[in-house]
Design a protein around this ligand. Structure first.
Ligand code: ACM
Ligand code: ZN
Length: 480
C-alpha cells in the first residue's frame, strides 16, 4: 500500500474489506490525527476533529485509486509531525489566475499541507486590492515589460477573489498567509505612491529582478500610517493568525542618505540602518499584535538585533549571520518556519536542487526544537506560467509534504510512494510533473549553468555596487 505522505503505522491484514465508509468520533485523538480500520464489515474512520476526518479521506482517496475495486483489510494510525506544512506561491513576478491557484491548492491539500503562503507584493507587482489606496493596483500591478522583453505582465486579486481563495482553502483546512513584503521589495508600492520612498521621486514598477534600492522610507510617519492602513484591510481579508511582513533583502542604500531616516535613527537612538529596519518591523509587529495576529519575518529581516514582540521567523537565508539571527530568535522562544534556500526553494531547476536534496534537507540542530514546520517557497522570476510552475514544484513539493507530515525519513520508500502518487495526481489533477528530478551530476551541472546564464542580468552588477557602497557607508559611520 503506497500512501504519500507516509502514514505513521500501517498494517495490512488478510482478506478483502467492504467499501462502505463510516466516520466515528474519538475524543482521545489530537487535532489532525486519525485512524482507519478496514475489514469485511466496512471502513471505519476515527478522529476528534474535522481536520483528522479530512486527512483520513485524503488517505482513502489514494487507497481507492491504488486498489481500484478490491481493497485489502488494513489498519492505519496517522498524525502529522509538524503543525505547519506549507508552500508559497509568488504571484508578483508572474501572475496566476484564481483557478490556477486553486488547482495547486487542491494538490497541496491532497498531500496534507495546511498553509498557503501567498506572496502578494514585490518590486515587480502589487497584486492585492487595497481599497484605500487604489493606485497600488491601478499603477502597481502593471509591469510594462521584463528585462526588455516587451511583454506586459499585469493582474491583481480583488477583495472578492481573495475571499473566494480563502474560502476554498478553508474548506481544505488550509490557512492562507498573505505576505506584504516591507520595507524592501517595495518598488511597486513606491511606483504608485512615490512619497513612500526615501526620495519621493516617481519610479516605475520594476522590470528587473534582484535586490532593489527603493525601499519604504522608515523615517516618515506617513509610511507608518500607510502600513497600518494596508494591514487593516489585509487582516480583514485574511482571518488567520499569521500575517507575513517580509523583511528580506532590504538594501539600506537610501537609509544611509535620507534626511528623514537619519533623523529617525538619531531620535530613536538606533545603532544603525539595520536597527532602523528593526524599528520599522517592530511597528508592524506591534500593530498586528494589537489585532491579535502574529507577524512572520524572513530571517534576514531580524538582523538589526532589535526586533521584538510576537513574531515567527522564516528561516531561508543560510549565511552565518542570518543563521545566527534565526538561532537567536529561536533561543528567545520564537517559532521557526523552516525554508532553507539550498534545499526547500523550488524556483531553481532540479539540476541545482535535486529531489533527493530537497527530501534530505539540511536540519540545523540549534533550530530543531523550535521548528514549527516546513514551507517550500516557489519564487517565480523565471516561471512565466502555471505549467512551468508545476514542472518546478512537482515532485519536490511532495517531498516537502512528506517530511512535514511523516516522522519517517526513508528516501527509497518515498520514491516508491511517489511513483504511485504521481499516477494518482496526474489522473486526478492533470498536473505536470518533472520526470527527471534527480539528474546525474553532469546533467545537473549543465542544467544549473543554463539556468544561471538565462537568469543573469547586468542589472545585478548595479545592485552589487550599491550594496558595496551601503556597507562602506555603514562601516564608516560605525567607526567614526
Ligand atoms: C527571499 O528569498 N528573498 C526570502
Ligand atoms: Zn527615508
Amino acid at each position: 500500500m503506497h500512501i504519500l505522505p507516509a502514514v505513521k503505522k500501517l498494517k495490512i491484514d488478510m482478506g478483502e474489506a467492504a467499501r462502505e465508509v463510516y466516520f466515528d468520533y474519538d475524543p482521545t485523538m489530537e487535532p489532525e490525527q486519525y485512524s482507519i480500520v478496514a475489514d469485511k464489515t466496512g471502513i471505519r474512520v476515527f478522529s476528534s476533529d474535522k481536520k483528522g476526518k479530512f486527512y483520513a479521506k485524503k488517505t482513502l482517496e489514494q487507497i481507492f485509486y491504488e486498489y481500484k475495486d478490491k481493497i485489502p483489510c488494513f489498519t492505519i494510525e496517522d498524525e502529522p509531525k509538524y503543525s505547519y506544512r506549507g508552500f508559497m506561491m509568488d504571484c508578483c513576478r508572474h501572475f496566476f489566475t484564481v483557478d490556477e491557484i486553486k488547482k495547486e491548492i487542491e494538490v497541496a491539500a491532497s498531500v496534507k499541507m495546511n498553509k498557503f503562503h501567498w506572496h502578494l507584493t514585490d518590486d515587480q507587482g502589487w497584486r492585492i486590492e487595497i481599497k484605500k489606496y487604489p493606485l497600488l493596483t491601478e499603477i502597481g500591478s502593471v509591469r510594462k515589460q521584463t528585462r526588455k522583453d516587451g511583454k506586459e505582465v499585469k493582474g491583481y486579486y480583488t477583495a472578492e477573489e481573495i475571499k473566494d481563495i480563502v474560502k476554498f482553502c478553508k474548506e481544505r483546512f488550509i490557512d492562507v498567509i498573505p505576505e506584504i513584503d516591507m520595507p524592501g521589495h517595495f518598488t511597486a508600492a513606491i511606483a504608485a505612491y512615490p512619497h513612500l520612498g526615501c526620495t519621493g521621486e516617481k519610479k516605475e514598477v520594476s522590470e528587473h529582478f534582484g535586490i532593489h534600492c527603493e525601499i519604504a522610507c522608515a523615517g516618515k510617519e506617513t509610511t507608518y500610517g500607510f502600513i497600518k492602513d494596508v494591514l487593516d484591510e489585509v487582516t480583514e481579508l485574511f482571518p488567520y493568525e499569521y500575517i507575513h511582513i517580509g523583511g528580506d533583502e532590504a538594501l539600506k542604500y537610501r537609509y544611509t542618505e535620507c534626511p528623514d531616516c537619519r533623523k529617525k535613527i538619531a531620535e530613536e537612538n538606533l545603532a544603525d540602518e539595520e536597527a532602523l529596519q528593526g524599528y520599522f518591523m517592530n511597528a508592524a509587529i506591534d500593530y498586528l499584535a494589537e489585532k491579535r495576529r502574529k507577524a512572520v519575518l524572513w530571517n534576514d529581516g531580524t538582523l538589526g538585533g532589535n526586533v521584538k514582540g510576537n513574531y515567527a521567523v522564516q528561516y531561508w537565508k543560510e549565511t552565518k549571520e542570518c543563521k545566527n539571527a534565526a538561532i537567536a530568535a529561536a533561543e528567545s522562544g520564537k517559532e521557526i518556519i523552516y525554508s532553507p534556500f539550498s534545499s526547500l526553494y523550488l524556483d531553481y531547476p532540479c539540476g541545482m536542487t535535486p529531489l533527493k536534496k530537497t527530501y534530505n534537507y539540511k536540519e540545523e540542530k540549534e533550530l530543531t526544537d523550535r521548528v514549527k514546520g516546513l514551507e517550500t517557497p516557489v519564487w517565480t522570476e523565471f516561471i512565466p506560467d502555471i505549467k512551468t510552475w508545476e514542472l518546478r514544484a512537482y515532485p519536490r513539493l511532495f517531498a516537502v509534504a512528506e517530511r512535514a507530515w511523516s516522522e519517517e525519513k526513508d528516501y527509497d520508500g518515498f520514491l516508491l510512494r511517489l511513483d504511485e502518487y504521481e499516477k494518482f495526481a496526474k489522473e486526478n489533477f492533470a498536473i505536470k510533473i518533472c520526470d527527471n528530478p534527480d539528474p546525474n551530476r553532469i546533467a545537473g551541472l549543465i542544467e544549473t549553468l543554463k539556468f544561471g546564464i538565462k537568469a543573469f542580468d547586468p542589472y545585478f552588477i548595479e545592485f552589487a555596487r550599491l550594496t558595496r557602497i551601503t556597507k562602506k557607508r555603514m562601516n564608516k559611520r560605525k567607526n567614526s
